[in-house]
Write a protein that binds this ligand. Structure first.
Ligand code: WT7
Length: 651
């Protein structure tokens, strides 16, 4: 991405909030937003202290915000004491114990579970006691590798109850990815399931977990949820079933009094190296931030049925399936399935069935469903919807318009929310009752957020000039460090603009002050909204015995947004056959997970490298994208490889 590039297409369409929506909204006008925003910037400590009062604290804080800029360390609500599960569960027991907290829709239509706040509280306390019985204490790491079932939320909340740190690994990842993450966090317990379901097929999760933990001596216990009932192999002394552990255990468990800055969870995310980064989020600041963003951006009402389609294994699931909604006492829908199984109207069917009011999904899903036209949508009554949201990657105006008119029936505002694993919660988004929408723009910063765009020279970009997006001041939800590697945290996020958080995204701010995201500027790409580090896929490819070297880049894709294009050099004497291509794709899938599968593999005798041996991905990217000009090749050790690559480029 060349941020100096000017945008070409000017989006002229405007969508003010419908009167009926505005009338009931929490924040009703741009003037109201402006005044709150200004207050949050002028007096951040006062502002955040007031918001923190929305939660229940065992003990107040000594200071709202402290910042050691040199060390890139900051704290929010220092010495304050609270417990996340207490705020998400106990606090609501008096007001509405019988309100449904989680509606779970399994992939099979007939499988539905409802958990009230009372029941969820009970399950969480019980599982917290299971962890305690196994010797788990504050600060210990628990790895959660579960499909989209209520046990995932229960396990996470149980960790927070006793102060253990959870590290949830997306169940779509395979054994190698799981192994790396367990090794890095040194988790001692793995909570997993016998299997997961995907479009009518069962996937043997336990088997994948077993392969991973062969190389993870830190793991002492494995607790297995019996979900698909596939008679998974259990190892005596190490493995036990969830339902057996939960049988006869007490449902009373006092919440641990946690310091606001105690670690809450680690969530691994892809970066520019092959090694995933463990983003560390802490207790008080994170919860205040997701609580408030959920309430105001989704304009929360007690009567809402909120459905976020993300997986709990991603930050979106952490913040807007579990912690944001539950800390507000909301009813959330958790869905195990996919949008197109058993049919392409599944999402719309589920919305109608449970009368979903707020629906939050990803542009890639919208694009995929848009292909089937309006007919699958029209089969269903979607009139319960009042608000729509998107997240994960830029949404193209065409998909935005379809979402707005066909799904929202032109009466639901869309909140296009920009944020990252690192940021904890949404940073830039419209407030739906206050802002006029422009398809493709993420609108304005949330309270307390100060975005700036720098041009190539490092100066503040002019209006409409593209550049690098940074945030100049820490907010409560920002990650505190990379687990076990504060140096990497500093290098990645704080060095480019000294003392400011660097997002690694390109953006522009238009003449009205609305923000437009222009994509990543690093070697991380978004495939169907999943963040994939190309270096991690390269190392998966190179781990195959036939591969000498690999260079992986992104190529635009109609539905996925981007897909992976891999250039692979084989070991001497090995033939690049179609069969080998399939084998390599399968290899990436089994080691990293199906989401990391390359769509294209091009065999090459050599890759473009600098004289110091660094692969120049810029050139590979230009080739994969079919650019007319691959740019400057004079710094290459051997410029002739480029012609060879161009000749065999896959259309
Ligand atoms: C990257 C973060 C945290 C939400 C899930 C993704 C891209 C995210 C948007 C949006 C344009 C977006 C950015 C960001 N991104 N939301 N609304 N418009 N781009 O979290 O996997 O950590 O990825 O997703 O490039 O840096 P993530």
């Amino acid at each position: 991405m060349d941020p100096a590039i000017l945008h070409i297409h000017e989006e002229e369409r405007r969508f003010p909030p419908p009167q009926a929506f505005k009338a009931k909204a929490r924040i009703k006008s741009i003037a109201e937003y402006n005044s709150l925003y200004e207050e949050s910037i002028r007096h951040p400590e006062q502002f955040w202290a007031k918001q923190a009062e929305l939660l229940r604290w065992f003990k107040g804080w000594d200071s709202v915000f402290d910042w050691d800029r040199e060390a890139c360390r900051f704290t929010w609500f220092k010495a304050g004491k609270l417990n996340v599960s207490d705020n998400c569960l106990d606090r609501h027991l008096e007001a509405h114990p019988e309100k449904v907290a989680i509606i779970w829709q399994g992939e099979p239509e007939q499988e539905v579970r409802m958990l009230t706040y009372r029941q969820l509280h009970q399950e969480v306390c019980k599982f917290a006691n299971v962890l305690k019985k196994k010797g788990f204490r504050k600060g210990d790491r628990v790895c959660v590798y579960l499909p989209m079932i209520p046990e995932a939320a229960i396990a996470m909340l149980a960790c927070t109850r006793i102060g253990a740190i959870h590290s949830v690994v997306f169940a779509g990842f395979s054994s190698a990815a799981l192994k790396d993450r367990i090794q890095d966090s040194q988790a001692e317990i793995l909570v997993t399931a016998d299997g997961s379901r995907r479009s009518g097929k069962d996937i043997n999760l336990k088997e994948m977990a077993d392969i991973a933990i062969k190389d993870c001596p830190s793991i002492k216990n494995v607790i297995v949820v019996q979900h698909v009932k596939n008679s998974a192999a259990m190892r005596k002394g190490r493995d036990s079933f969830w339902h057996e552990e939960m049988c006869g255990i007490s449902d009373i468990c006092e919440p641990e009094h946690m310091d606001a800055e105690d670690p809450l969870f680690i969530l691994y995310t892809s970066g520019t190296t092959g090694k995933p980064k463990g983003a560390l989020h802490t207790t008080g600041g994170y919860l205040v931030y997701v609580h408030l963003t959920f309430r105001d951006i989704f304009d929360y009402k007690d009567s809402d049925i909120f459905w976020c389609t993300a997986d709990v294994g991603w930050i979106t699931g952490h913040s807007y399936i579990v912690y944001g909604p539950l800390s507000n006492g909301a009813t959330v829908l958790m869905f195990e399935g996919v949008p197109t199984y058993p049919d392409n109207d599944r999402f719309w069917h589920v919305i109608e069935k449970f009368k979903v009011t707020v629906f939050y999904t990803a542009p890639t899903a919208i694009r995929a469903l848009m292909r089937f036209g309006d007919a699958p949508v029209k089969k269903h009554n979607l009139s319960s919807l009042r608000l729509l949201g998107t997240v994960g990657e830029p949404i193209n105006p065409e998909a935005w318009m379809w979402y707005y008119s066909t799904i929202g029936n032109s009466k639901c505002p869309i909140v296009d929310t920009w944020w990252q694993t690192e940021t904890g919660g949404i940073l830039i988004s419209p407030l739906p009752g206050a802002m006029t929408l422009k398809p493709g723009s993420v609108s304005r910063p949330f309270f307390g957020i100060r975005p700036v765009v720098y041009n190539e020279e490092g100066n503040l970009a002019k209006r409409d000039e593209g550049g690098y997006l940074a945030i100049t001041h820490p907010w409560p939800g920002l990650m505190r460090t990379v687990w076990g590697n504060h140096e990497r945290y500093i290098e990645t996020y704080w060095e480019k603009y000294k003392g400011e958080y660097f997002t690694e995204d390109a953006a522009r701010i238009d003449k009205d002050g609305d923000i437009w995201l222009m994509g990543r500027i690093d070697d991380v790409i978004k495939v169907s909204g999943h963040r994939i580090g190309t270096a991690e896929v390269e190392s998966a490819l190179v781990s195959h015995p036939s591969v000498a070297e690999a260079g992986v880049v992104g190529r635009p894709h109609q539905i996925k947004g981007q897909c992976l294009y891999a250039f692979v050099t084989l070991k001497h004497g090995i033939q690049g056959t179609d069969q080998l291509k399939q084998e390599l794709i399968q290899h990436v899938s089994t080691t990293m997970g199906p989401i990391a599968k390359p769509d294209y593999i091009q065999f090459a005798d050599g890759l473009p490298k600098t004289r110091s041996g660094k692969i120049m991905r810029r050139i590979l990217k230009a080739i994969a994208e079919g650019a007319a000009d691959v740019g400057n090749t004079t710094t290459l050790a051997d410029p002739t490889v480029v012609d060879e690559l161009l000749k065999h480029r896959i259309e």
